[in-house]
Design a protein around this ligand. Sequence first.
Ligand code: BEZ
Ligand code: FE
Length: 278
Amino acid sequence: MRNLNQDNITQAVIASFANTANPRLKTIMTSLVQHLHAFAREVKLTEEEWFQGIDFVTRCGHITDDKRQEFILLSDVLGLSMLTVAMNNDKPEGCTEATVFGPFHVEGAPHYELGDDIANGAKGTPCLVRGTVKGINGEPVPGAVMDVWQSDDDGLYDVQHEGLDHAQSRGIVTADANGNYHFRSIVAVPYAIPHDGPVGQMLDATGRHPWRPAHLHFMIKAPGYETLITHVFRDNSDYLDSDAVFGVRQSLVCDWVQQPDGTYLMEYDFVLNPVKAQ
Ligand code: BEZ
Ligand code: FE
């Protein structure tokens, strides 16, 4: 393997994977190299541009820590996260659609009783959230465990508030024996994804904004059903048609109705997909 040139280097790299023990890894590495080389050829990548790319991913690495994940953010704004979700969550008609997970879920959120206020002091307009968790045939899903998280009126998740040592606007509630759930929280507002790093610079350079439409995150688990990771979006929110991470699905858009006392009501029923028999 000497004197490789632009015409035969791709095949040489692919051949170097011949002894890969894991067949799936071999398929992925082969395809990755094929597409990466084709991309470089197609845009006639210059050495300076190659170095700019290396510098970009280096800066993504430097800004990433246990609270900030710039690579997931990059995947999100390039539509790769939503493409992966869409390809892997092809559910039967009538099931609630999935959307991106995002970086702000926290394991071990506090458990709340039905009717509790999960805002726990977060700034925002009070909102009652209620509905039913059902199966595809309309059967209630008793005891569905609902992990919920959202940003506050400043467009920030609790984990983004420096020095805040307790959960706000996040919690776990369990649907009752009829699949019904209700809890209190605050009205979600549009917010900008973290854009003070390399991903933000990329958005800027390509004339894009970092905003997401107002939404409430849900992860719902119940025995016998596939876990559902999704959001409910607020109808008429700004950015529904230009979500920075391409996560909006019309079936997830819901009217959050203002009540006479100024508080809001968000009602949404979720439909889970049964786990396929093995
Ligand atoms: C979110 O909705 O929490 C989110 C999703 C993708 C990137 C940043 C935030
Ligand atoms: Fe979010």
